[in-house]
Ligand binder design. Sequence first.
Ligand code: 5MM
Length: 340
Amino acid sequence: MTASLEEVAYKLAAGGKGILAADESSSTIKRRFDAIGVESTFENRRDYREMLFRSEAMSQYISGVILFDETIRQNAKDGTPLVKLIEDAGSIPGIKVDLGARPQPGCPGETITEGLDGLGERFKEYYDLGARFAKWRAVIDIGSHIPSYTSVLANAQALARYAALAQAANIVPIVEPEVLMDGDHDIDRCYEVTEWVLKEVFQQLFYARVKLESTVLKPNMVIAGKKSQKQASVTEVAEKTVRLLKNTAPAAIPSVAFLSGGQSDEEATAHLDAMIRLGGLPWNLTFSYGRALQAAPQKAWSGKTENIAAGQAAFTHRAKMNYLAALGQWTPEIEAKKAA
Ligand code: 5MM
């Protein structure tokens, strides 16, 4: 029986499981591979992702995987479609459908995410290839004079048009408005901008007649910029993020799955855990991490066949830590035990 959109949206963040964001576009995966001294070839990208999708983490901790266009069409070394490996592990295949953020005319330092033209047709093909959810990422940077309303509005409208097209194609949209943590702003400036962005996003989702019950929100946490002198504690990040979400994300949304945004692996886990421990949340909160799930396995693997087991162990460990966090059961001691 085919799961309804509501069921898929709910399942993506249920029971502590979370999403693996493995949708790095060609230029991003090249950067990641450069860092571990691996050439970014078709085969190496396949081998790396096959390693992840065949790991123990998949059936236990990963509810869904966001794929890039190349990966959803790719077969494992033995000819099995990578999508089938994900399905066989009981996880849901998803697809990144935006075509990336490009400079926005008239708005220096800001971007608009492209990819709406022909998206309805592309959705039909992705559904046939096995995708049951999709992702579109808007990128909002914080600076002294940005973001501008022009950019916030254009990005929110694009997210809403994408989400409506996804639901029309029987695919659950993950709506990802990422406020970057690259600058030197403090946590309160991040709060202010993220609140504005989420208010606009939900207004535009309403105008576009997007069904919230069949939508997943993928937000950034409320956190100080990486270059800020004033870093916030885990408790402050958790409290401010939950307060912000309660003020902006309707309870009709079944699942909220955070991006990691450049936090360290352990920070991303600790923040999620602290939010769950606050209790009284109207949505399921979980992870949809890219870097915070993959940095460790990439390093452990380093492109060598003999390191596949180590890469899988590193991925399974990170996924398990985040699963425990999504249940509010992670502790620094559990983390340290494994490391020891
Ligand atoms: C995995 O990275 C995703 C794709 O990035 P590009 O399109 O720039 O190649 C990215 O969209 C990702 O899904 C989210 O930003 C979350 O990833 P992080 O690393 O922030 O958890």
